[in-house]
Write a protein that binds this ligand. Structure first.
Ligand code: EPU
Length: 422
């Protein structure tokens, strides 16, 4: 099994990187390809493990998928019909597999659809009950048998209204896809407005869909007859971008990130400024420079435009060597502090109190062997190992490879002494 070996502490990094396309944009866009009669072309594709799993899933449904990793492009060509079953082996490692519920239901409303309930990171409850409630409002019944959700709308999907009890990202994406060919209008309230959801809306609207914002978190979808061709360039990955900003912060270095819209990181950049980092922005780039000992802070995660839960484990790692006591409150997932046990093995001092982590900044960390347990935890541990004195070995890094493109090469290009051993 692949592991990373990191020799720390890394000298202050100095360099620049192109941010990859957003995984959490790419996966729903790929799922949405099911809605199209002919071809969907995607540019700026991040060829991470989850994307390859989604390619296998689309192929199992009958689509032809051509890729060019060099050009970062993907073309999905649909046959006349898709198979209507998504097997467990293709969704067991990837949460985004559930997104095919919305696109298959949207396209094949009166047929029986079977989608295995999936996996993804073990961050706490990964429920789909609001997705299913939302489908019901459109007229689709569901049953759950042997781990598969069976969906079926006897009379087709008819527009009405659904309000999400709380913001859900894939829930919003699923309901948007299911509503594209609805009879009449469908209204969705309290939707997620994460940049990745807006990217899906832009893509669908460009291709002929009729989705309109009527207020900040409410959209009105007018059913159309068909989608034929789609073409789209995926937005930059705000979580990858923040991860590398943290590399510069923890090594007391500087970094220039290109191909990222700073608006996607407004809250995060504000926090980095408040702990003492210098940030300069251009339309599509972010520059960060360390200036003085980092300060403590108190933050809370939340749905966009708040601080992203996915960026929290990396900020937490940075705060392990900041001044004083910092407090992070996690409001989205119940099990998102897995990085703490591993960082503590490197000498970090962290107290967990329900959904709060209290971090007591230390002078420095020391190397330790660690095991990663989810995607963002992998990067958080990497940050710890980069700043720790000595050689750290990180196991189960396959979690990280699910979502970070060329992670070893990118870190090496910044001067991090990292190697991968299989
Ligand atoms: N929730 C329910 N019932 C539902 C749906 C959601 O209770 O039917 C709850 C969840 O338990 C959670 C909260 O709502 O407490 C928000 O979860 P959400 O549905 O928004 O999460 P998700 O759609 O499963 C996506 C990202 C995650 C990211 C979260 C939050 C994708 C493929 N995944 O997950 O990304 O953490 O939104 O922003 O887009 C990652 O990339 O590392 C990752 C985990």
């Amino acid at each position: 099994m692949e592991k990373f070996i990191i020799n720390g502490p890394t000298r202050p990094v100095e360099g620049s990187l192109n941010v990859s396309g957003a995984k959490n944009s790419c996966l729903p866009l790929m799922a949405a390809s099911v809605l199209f009669k002919k071809k969907v072309t995607l540019k700026n594709v991040p060829f991470v493990k989850d994307v390859f799993t989604m390619i296998a899933l689309l192929k199992s449904l009958g689509a032809k998928v051509d890729i060019s990793e060099k050009m970062r492009t993907m073309t999905i060509t649909n046959k006349k019909k898709h198979k209507l079953i998504v097997p467990y082996r293709l969704v067991s490692t990837m949460r985004a597999g559930v997104l095919t519920m919305g696109s298959l239901l949207g396209r094949y409303q009166k047929k029986k659809i079977k989608v295995a309930l999936g996996g993804g990171c073990a961050l706490g409850i990964r429920d789909t009950s609001w997705h299913l409630e939302g489908f019901k409002k459109l007229g689709a019944k569901n049953t759950l048998k042997q781990g598969y959700v069976n969906l079926f709308a006897k009379n087709g999907l008819v527009g009405s209204e659904y309000k999400f009890p709380k913001v859900t990202v894939t829930g919003t994406e699923n309901l948007i896809m299911a509503s594209i060919f609805v009879k009449g209008f469908h209204i969705l309230k309290n939707i997620s407005i994460e940049p990745e959801v807006l990217d899906l809306i832009n893509f669908l609207n460009k291709s002929g869909a009729k989705i309109k914002f009527v207020s900040k978190r409410t959209i009105k979808i007018e059913g159309i007859n068909e989608l034929i061709y789609g073409r789209h360039e995926i937005i930059g990955d705000r979580i990858e971008a923040f991860s590398y900003l943290c590399v510069a912060a923890i090594t007391k270095g500087e970094i220039m990130l290109r191909k990222i819209n700073p608006k996607f990181l407004a809250k995060e950049l504000n926090i980095l400024r408040r702990i003492g980092l210098v940030i300069k922005l251009k339309k599509n780039s972010v520059y960060l420079k360390y200036r003085k000992k980092l300060k403590n802070i108190r933050i809370k995660t939340g749905a966009f435009p708040d601080f992203a839960t996915d960026n929290m484990p990396m900020l937490l790692a940075v705060l392990t060597t900041a001044k004083g006591k910092s407090i992070i409150e996690e409001t989205i997932f119940s099990n998102r502090f897995m990085c703490c046990h591993e960082l503590e093995r490197m000498g970090a001092v962290i107290k967990i109190n329900n959904n709060k982590a209290i971090i007591y900044g230390q002078k420095e960390l020391s190397a330790a062997n660690c095991i990663s347990s989810d995607l963002r935890t992998t990067f958080s541990i990497i940050l710890g190992a980069i700043s720790a004195r000595g050689v750290s070995e990180i196991q189960r890094v396959y979690h990280g490879l699910r979502g970070y493109y060329n992670i070893v090469e990118k870190l090496k290009s910044l001067g991090v002494k990292i190697r991968s051993q299989k």
